[in-house]
Design a protein around this ligand. Structure first.
Ligand code: ZN
Length: 144
């Protein structure tokens, strides 16, 4: 099943070492050069994790802003009882409640990537400080 592709679209930019992509993919891309082609298989451990915890839990629909259109797979941030930040995903939407899960929708999935390195440049200071790329030449995407 093809989950995502940049075929016919702009290539994906990422900051190497910034944790922008799954660890198993970042590892394989270390030391690669422009023109290199790779087929990478990433295990769940180095991808989106191994499913754990109690699984999907029901939460009242009223706990979410009414104007937000809730969809399965949507990611949001919450706070654990001890105050630490939590990333959660919506696993189901019912009439009066929503199922939320701490597992990424692709947790437990072995991922296959077919990749070609299209370009490579040094990161700017801003990009290093932000931990993510600012477009093809490092000047784009300054709306944050
Ligand atoms: Zn930035």
């Amino acid at each position: 099943e093809v989950l995502d592709s940049s075929d016919g679209a702009d290539p994906l930019f990422y900051l190497h070492g910034g944790g922008n992509i799954v660890p198993g993919l970042e590892e394989e891309l270390t030391g690669k050069s422009v023109g290199d082609k790779l087929s990478v298989v990433v295990t769940p451990e180095k991808g989106y994790g191994v499913p754990g915890g109690p699984g999907p839990q029901p939460v009242e629909r009223s706990a979410f802003p009414p104007e937000v259109q809730l969809e399965v797979g949507m990611q949001f941030h919450a706070e654990a009882p001890d105050g630490s930040p939590l990333t959660l995903w919506i696993a189901g939407v019912e009439d009066d409640h929503v199922l939320v899960d701490a597992n990424h929708p692709l947790a437990g999935v072995t991922l296959h990537f077919d990749i070609e390195v299209m370009s490579l440049r040094a990161a700017t200071e801003d990009e290093l400080a932000h931990g993510h790329p600012h477009g093809p030449d490092g000047t784009a995407g300054h709306h944050h």
